[in-house]
Ligand binder design. Structure first.
Ligand SMILES: [Zn+2]
Length: 317
């Protein structure tokens, strides 16, 4: 850790099919993009993965005019005790110490966060919640995760899992209200919100109510067209999601919530969530603005670069 302001930083977003690197030159508070490249993810070969990242960084260094710190957004979570990557959609990374291996190959510090934390940081700095004192970025995609930022900095917490709202349990009274089973979750627990409010969760709800396995956009379109089964699904999804977000308001009371992931494209969430969240709060508590993302999934590499800059400036816990 140093207090030296670097003149540039690289951010790398690791996806199941693509690795994207974006480089920024830093001029005071301004970030200027100078390089961007994507390569296919070597999904099953860790040494090929490290080589692919090293090749990207070598070309990015050349574009930036020198070696810059690297931030990396990883899918899944890392074990907080061992640092080994868990439950990733890139099999080559499972059980690996990803950042240390890259630090050795790249001969420089590498800071890692999960993809949801990188999304939140990108939306907190220059994104939909730019300039807001505190914000929560809530991803609703294939999973449900997020990140919490204060003063434009990501707060990671004791375990580094601050923002993992998708693994809170749905309360029994809500499961009973919709006659829902308590579904096992890959995290090892069951009944986690992620199983019900993510994209696959919404499809599960629709099947549960007697529909077929439609995509969320199709369910929403059918509800708009008067399909009562689709409306039932959307209503239950909204209620469950609103309960989870009310918990966020009570726990950390963010000044804004920015939605991300595929479900952030559903317009009814921005129209109906505020009133739905309020129904789960005590009287007098206000719901913060619930906003669409500025960068969305495209902000992953950008957020990783911001994470590198944040960590190397050592200004946040
Ligand atoms: Zn879970």
């Amino acid at each position: 850790m140093t207090n030296t302001e670097h003149t540039g930083c690289h951010g790398i977003d690791i996806g199941g099919s693509k690795i994207e690197l974006v480089s920024f030159a830093i001029d005071g508070a301004e970030l200027r993009e100078v390089f961007r490249e994507r390569v296919a993810t070597p999904g099953h070969d860790f040494s090929a993965f490290v080589q692919a990242v090293a090749g990207l960084v070598e070309r990015a260094d050349a574009a930036l005019g020198g070696a810059a710190p690297v931030g990396i957004g990883l899918p899944g979570v890392a074990d907080s005790r061992t640092g080994r990557q868990l439950s990733s959609n890139v099999p080559a990374l499972n059980g690996r110490l990803v950042a240390p291996a890259l630090e050795q190959a790249l001969e420089r510090p590498v800071v890692s966060g999960n993809d949801c934390q990188c999304f939140a940081l990108s939306e907190a700095q220059g994104g939909a919640a730019d300039g807001v004192p505190t914000m929560f970025g809530a991803i609703l995609g294939t999973g449900a995760g997020g990140g919490y930022c204060a003063g434009g900095l990501l707060l990671r917490g004791f375990n580094g899992v601050a923002g993992e709202w998708g693994h809170w349990s749905v309360p029994g009274h809500l499961l009973a209200q919709y006659r829902l089973p308590s579904i096992p979750c890959p995290c090892g627990r069951e009944g986690c919100f992620e199983r019900y409010v993510s994209g696959p969760g919404m499809r599960m709800l629709h099947r549960h109510f007697g529909g077929d396995g439609l995509e969320p956009m199709e369910i929403a379109a059918r509800a708009n067209a008067g399909d009562s089964l689709a409306a039932l699904t959307l209503g239950a999804h909204l209620d469950l999601l609103a309960h989870a977000l009310s918990g966020l308001v009570l726990a950390i009371d963010p000044h804004a919530i920015v939605l991300g992931g595929g479900l952030s494209q559903l317009p009814h969430l921005y129209q109906e969530l505020p009133a739905a969240v309020r129904r789960h709060l005590f009287s007098g508590a206000q719901v913060p603005p619930i906003l669409p993302p500025r960068f969305g999934d495209a902000g992953g590499a950008r957020g990783a670069a911001l994470l590198a800059r944040q960590q190397l400036n050592a200004t946040a816990p």
